[in-house]
Design a protein around this ligand. Structure first.
Ligand code: DQA
Length: 159
C-alpha cells in the first residue's frame, strides 16, 4: 500500500515568511517550513505536498481537489482563518483528517485573531510552536490516520 498523502495548504501572506514580521513569525521562509514538513513526512511515512496561495478561491479549489487525492490536510490559512466561512464549508466537505496550523499563538494576540472559523471543522489545532508546528502537524496527521479517524460528513456534530 502506498504512503498516505498529506497536503499542506498555506494561505495569504505566508509566502512572505522570513521577511514578514520576524519578531512574530521568525526568520525561516515558507520553503524552510515545508522542507521540515517533508522531512518529517519521510520519517513517519507520509508523502507531503504543498500549495501556497494568496487567493481564497484557489485554496478552496485545492481543498476540493484534495477530495480523493489526499488523506489529510494541514491548513495554515493565515488571516482567512478568522474570516473565511467558504473555506470552512470546503473543509467540512473534505472527508479526511484536517489539522489547523499556526506559527504564532493567535489566542495570545489581537482579539480579531481569537476566533477561528476553521477550528470547528478541524480535528485539532497546533499553534504557537513556530516552525516546529509543521513537524508536529505532520506527525499528528499520521497518528490520526493510523488511528483511522477520518472526518465524516457531519463533522461539527462530532466534536
Ligand atoms: C498565522 C496567524 C494568523 O492570525 C495570521 O493572519 C497569519 C499567520 C500564523 O501562522 O501564526 O497570517 O496563521
Amino acid at each position: 500500500m502506498s504512503d498516505p498523502v498529506v497536503l499542506v495548504l498555506s494561505g495569504p501572506n505566508l509566502n512572505l515568511l522570513g521577511w514578514r514580521e520576524p519578531s512574530v513569525y521568525g526568520t525561516d521562509t515558507l520553503d524552510d517550513h515545508v522542507g521540515r514538513a517533508t522531512e518529517a513526512g519521510r520519517r513517519v511515512g507520509v508523502v507531503v505536498e504543498h500549495l501556497q496561495s494568496n487567493h481564497e478561491g484557489e485554496l478552496i479549489e485545492a481543498v476540493h481537489r484534495a477530495r480523493g487525492n489526499a488523506d489529510a490536510l494541514i491548513v495554515n490559512a493565515g488571516a482567512l482563518t478568522h474570516t473565511s466561512w467558504s473555506l470552512h464549508d470546503a473543509l467540512a466537505a473534505f472527508d479526511g483528517v484536517v489539522i489547523e496550523l499556526h506559527l504564532s499563538n493567535p489566542a495570545g494576540r489581537e482579539p480579531f485573531r481569537h476566533t477561528s472559523v476553521i477550528a470547528p471543522v478541524a480535528n485539532g489545532v497546533i499553534a504557537g510552536f513556530g516552525g516546529l508546528g509543521y513537524e508536529l502537524a505532520v506527525e499528528a496527521a499520521k497518528r490520526l490516520l493510523d488511528e483511522n479517524r477520518p472526518l465524516d460528513e457531519n463533522k461539527e456534530n462530532q466534536r
